[in-house]
Design a protein around this ligand. Structure first.
Ligand SMILES: *Cc1c(COP(=O)(O)O)cnc(C)c1O
Length: 394
C-alpha cells in the first residue's frame, strides 16, 4: 500500500514540507518487522493514543535517533545542552526532555518537594518532613495525578478558590492544573497562577495533549506557571516515550536530580537516553517550523471529505467540531438513524478495524469519532470510501 498516492490536496503537501512519512514505505529488501511479528498495522483515524503507539515520526526525527545511536556522550552534558537549546527555542527559563508528560510530572513535583538537597532526593517517595501536598481542582483530577502520587505527593481536591485557599497550609508543595479540564474547572489559568504567587507556592500545568496550537508551547510559561509539561509523541510527533518539562530553572534543575545517571532516585526508571533526547529536539524544531495554518486547512479539507462521503448515505448525520483544549484539531462525529442503518456505531467501528486497510476510530454505541491529523496524506480518501461502504452495506 502506498498511502501517499492520490493525496486529496495534490502533491504540494508531499514536497512543500516534511508532511509525508516516507519511511512507512519499505525499502526493497527491508524487514517488515510488524508483519514478521504477526501484528496488524492500521490507518489511525482516532488520534494520539498511547494504546495505538501515539504518532508517527518524520524522517528527520528518525534520522536524529539513528545518529544518536552511533556515538557516546556524557548523559548529563547532553541533557544540559539540549535543555538550554529547547529553552531558547521556546523562550522560557529552562527545559528538559522527560520520559513523556507523565514522567515530567513525576520528576517535576519531586524537584519541587526535594529541592537541591541530595538527602531529600534519595528520601523520596518518603515525604517525612517535606512539603508534599498538591492542591488540584476536583474536575482536573482525572487520573494523571498518579504521576504526582508516584513521587510521594498527596493530592488535595478542591472545588473553587475559597476551598483552595483554605486548603493551603505549611505542607502545601504545589498547585497542579490540567489544561484539558480548563472549561470545567471553576478556577481558570490567570487566577490559578495568581493564587500560587499570592501564597508563594509553585504552579504546574499539564499540557500533554495541548499542541496544536503551537502558541501553547510559549503561552503557559509566559503566563507565569512555574512548570509546564507536554507529551513528545502527540502533536509534536517526537518519540512517544519522550516529553518536555519547561519552566523555572530552579525547579527543573531540581527535577533533574531525580533522573539518570543518578541511581538512588524515584526517577531512575524514567531514563531518557541520547536517542530520545535528539529525537525530541529535532521533532520540536520541525514542529516550530511547520506551516500550521496550511496544515489546519488540510485537516479541515480531509474532515470535510470524510463527512461528505458519510453523509451521502441515507440516514447518516455528521458533526464537525474542534475540542477547545487538548486534541484541538478538526474532528468528526458520525451518527445515524439505527432504524435505517441497522448497525451500532461499535459494530461499524469493528468493521472498519477488521477490514482492509484496517482503520482505527474512537466512539461509542451511538457515534464514530474521527480525526485526520495522525493520518498519512491520502489515507483520508481510504477512510472516506471505507466508511461509506460499511454504512451502505449495513
Ligand atoms: C497523554 C497525557 C498524559 C501522559 O503523557 P505521556 O506523554 O504519554 O506520558 C498526561 N496528561 C494528559 C492530559 C494526557 O493527555
Amino acid at each position: 500500500m502506498l498511502p501517499l498516492a492520490g493525496s486529496l490536496l495534490g502533491t504540494e503537501w508531499l514536497h512543500g514540507q516534511s508532511q509525508s512519512i516516507s519511511n512507512t514505505v519499505l525499502e526493497p529488501g527491508a524487514r517488515n518487522f510488524f508483519k514478521e511479528l504477526g501484528l496488524r498495522t492500521f490507518i489511525n483515524a482516532a488520534g494520539t493514543y498511547t494504546s495505538m503507539t501515539g504518532s508517527l515520526m518524520h524522517k528527520e526525527v528518525t534520522s536524529a535517533i539513528s545518529y544518536g545511536a552511533t556515538e557516546y556522550v556524557n548523559l548529563d552534558e547532553l541533557h544540559d545542552k539540549v535543555g538550554e537549546r529547547i529553552a531558547e527555542l521556546l523562550g522560557c527559563e529552562y527545559a528538559t526532555v522527560s520520559s513523556g508528560a507523565f514522567g515530567a510530572m513525576t520528576i517535576g513535583v519531586a524537584g519541587v518537594m526535594a529541592g537541591m538537597d541530595n538527602k531529600k532526593v534519595e528520601q523520596l517517595p518518603d515525604v517525612t518532613g517535606l512539603k508534599h501536598e498538591v492542591i488540584v481542582q476536583e474536575s482536573h483530577n482525572i487520573g494523571y495525578t498518579h504521576a504526582l502520587i508516584n513521587a510521594g505527593a498527596k493530592i488535595i481536591n478542591v472545588k473553587n478558590t475559597r476551598e483552595l485557599e483554605k486548603a493551603i497550609n505549611n505542607k502545601t508543595a504545589m498547585l497542579w492544573f490540567l489544561n484539558a479540564s480548563t472549561e470545567i474547572g471553576s478556577i481558570k489559568h490567570e487566577e490559578f497562577v495568581a493564587l500560587g504567587k499570592k501564597h508563594g507556592i509553585p504552579t504546574f500545568i499539564d499540557c500533554a495533549a495541548d499542541v496544536p496550537p503551537v502558541e501553547n508551547l510559549f503561552k503557559f510559561t509566559k503566563l507565569g506557571f512555574d512548570l509546564v509539561c507536554f507529551s513528545g509523541g502527540k502533536g509534536i510527533r517526537g518519540p512517544q516515550s519522550a516529553g518536555l518539562l519547561l519552566g523555572k530553572r530552579k525547579y527543573i534543575e531540581a527535577a533533574r536530580l531525580h533522573t539518570p545517571p543518578r541511581g538512588a532516585t524515584i526517577g531512575r526508571g524514567m531514563k531518557v537516553n541520547k536517542e530520545e533526547v535528539l529525537g525530541m529536539l529535532v521533532a520540536l524544531e520541525l514542529y516550530l517550523q511547520r506551516d500550521h495554518a496550511k496544515e489546519w486547512k488540510m485537516w479541515e479539507a480531509q474532515i470535510k471529505l470524510i463527512s461528505d462521503s458519510a453523509k451521502s448515505v441515507k440516514g447518516v448525520e455528521t458533526e464537525i467540531h474542534v475540542p477547545p483544549h487538548a486534541n484541538h484539531v478538526p474532528s468528526l462525529k458520525v451518527r445515524w438513524d439505527q432504524n435505517i442503518i441497522k448497525m451500532t456505531a461499535s459494530e461499524a467501528r469493528n468493521k472498519l478495524k477488521n477490514g482492509h486497510p484496517s482503520i482505527e476510530t474512537v466512539g461509542s454505541e451511538k457515534e464514530i469519532g474521527i480525526t485526520t491529523w495522525m493520518m498519512e496524506p491520502g489515507q483520508e480518501r481510504q477512510v472516506a470510501s471505507r466508511l461509506k461502504e460499511v454504512l451502505s452495506n449495513a
